[in-house]
Design a binder for this molecule. Structure first.
Ligand code: GDP
Ligand code: IMO
Ligand code: MG
Length: 427
């Protein structure tokens, strides 16, 4: 038995896709367990870039079972577009399994996401407008439509009719916009249903069987710790549970089945969307990181906010998910800097804090306590062994490991599969 969960430790876009793709070589099954097409995971294979929103990153290897778990909210249009794109690239998608319990994103979810954001004005969250929040709202309100319902035309029609009645009233009365036509939506979704039908199954049962047979299962986190609905910078979060515990609920496996948790840590911090970001750099260094790192959203194209690495955030992620090893990514983006700051604590009203503040007012006002370390100012993208890294790069990583009390497992020095330094055996 071997099950490994890979999660994001910061605000997303840490390079989870690259790490999952790398580890997937040795895995039998790769599973997405939370979020939806708000995720954008970029994987580079032999110089070719693949952007994945719903398909697990394991899809790029032949013969791996790829699972979209019950915790994922599935936009059928986007999923089918992705499947078609893969097929055009000659990638086999026949081993894809979609949970019959996964909830379906409907057109009114996408519209309500956009309208809610507009309504929030200066308090907007900065969502991806993919309908994620409204779909999870319906799931929690127990009115959602699941894949199993979508495949049953009678059940789907009845649920759609009930939902549309309520949503159209809401759209007209509160937002003053026209609602959706029942027949048009019904027809569109029943067409998707037929195309998705062969993939839909009880994925939790399939996973129990795989784990029981000793297969290696890799869980691919989406979003990240500080975007977790319970533990993140609420309300500037997503509506699901990206932390490792989310894999249990979102895939239907017990915690005792998880062997290892890998926390992906970008060598600096980024955030898209609104919300506090203690180490944000609003200066030339922030601009340098954004341009050198091409820090623009995969899903929305928005410029990402950039800042120094925050060890308080990584330590917090380590505790919430029980991270065994860190996978450090994008260390190469810092190659040109003469000195690098690492945030090792927060000071609030003159006192050092011991915990991640729950109050956003406090988090917005904390003063980061920095340690300044010398940069290495050399190209590390061709390095393949830890001992060959420049001493200042090792010093930076080892200090992070000391402050967070988490071991280094992987160091990534470029987007390619080969640009990976392995320090611990994961599978
Ligand atoms: P994810 O959402 O966590 O999967 O991350 P994204 O794919 O949104 O963003 C990470 C970006 O960094 C992608 O374009 C990756 O190809 C790229 N990437 C991953 N690891 C490295 C690395 O070590 N160095 C560089 N330069 N790029 C990397
Ligand atoms: P990956 O998997 C970065 C952010 C949005 C917004 C907040 C809520 O690529 O790391 P939502 O659309 O989920 O309701 O938006 O969460 N967000 C992400 N930021 N990477 C992601 O995914 C994200 N998914 C959502 O920008 O601030
Ligand atoms: Mg991303």
């Amino acid at each position: 038995m071997s099950a490994v969960v890979v999660i994001g430790t910061q605000w997303g876009d840490e390079g989870k896709g690259k790490i999952v793709d790398y580890l997937a070589e040795k895995a039998d099954v790769v599973v997405r367990y939370a979020g939806g097409s708000n995720a954008g995971h970029t994987v580079v294979v032999e110089g070719k870039e693949f952007k994945l929103h719903l398909l697990p990153s394991g899809i790029l290897y032949p013969g791996k079972t790829c699972v979209v778990g019950n915790g994922v909210v599935v936009d059928p249009e986007i999923l089918l577009q992705e499947i078609h794109r893969m097929q055009q690239e000659g990638i086999d998608t026949s081993s894809l399994l979609i949970s019959n319990r996964a909830h379906v994103i409907m057109p009114y979810h996408r519209l309500l996401d956009a309208l809610d954001e507009e309504n929030r004005g200066e308090h907007k969250i900065g969502t991806t407008k993919r309908g994620i929040g409204p779909c999870y709202m319906d799931k929690n309100a127990r009115i959602g439509i699941r894949m199993v319902d979508l495949l049953d035309a009678e059940e789907f029609s009845s649920k759609l009719a009930r939902n549309l009645k309520e949503k159209n009233q809401l759209l007209q009365a509160v937002y003053g916009v026209e609602g959706f036509d029942y027949d048009t939506v019904r027809q569109e979704y029943l067409t998707y249903a037929e195309e998705l039908r062969p993939y839909v199954t009880d994925t939790a049962a399939a996973l129990h069987q795989a784990i029981g047979n000793g297969h290696k299962v890799l869980f691919e986190g989406a979003q990240a710790t500080l975007l977790d609905l319970d533990h993140g910078t609420y309300p500037y979060v997503t509506s699901s549970h990206p932390i490792a515990g989310g894999a249990c609920i979102g895939a239907g496996i017990g915690p005792s089945k998880i062997d290892k948790v890998i926390g992906v840590v970008k060598a600096y911090s980024t955030r898209v969307g609104e919300g506090p970001f203690p180490t944000e750099l609003l200066d030339a260094t922030g601009d340098h990181i954004r341009e050198r790192g091409h820090e623009y959203g995969t899903t929305t194209g928005r410029p990402r906010r950039c800042g120094w690495l925050d060890a308080c955030v990584v330590k917090y992620a380590g505790q919430l998910s029980g991270i065994d090893y860190m996978a450090i990514t994008r260390l190469d983006i810092l190659d040109e800097l003469a000195s690098i700051k690492l945030c090792v604590g927060y000071r609030y009203q003159g006192k050092l804090l011991n915990e991640m503040p729950a109050s956003l007012k406090v988090l917005a006002q904390v003063e980061p306590v920095y340690e300044e370390l010398p940069g290495w100012q050399q190209d590390i993208s061709g390095i393949r062994k830890y001992e060959d890294l420049p001493p200042n790069a090792k010093r930076y990583l080892e200090r992070l490991s000391e402050v967070t009390n988490i071991d280094l497992g992987i160091v990534s020095v470029g987007p390619g599969r080969e640009q990976t330094i392995i320090m611990k055996t994961i599978f």
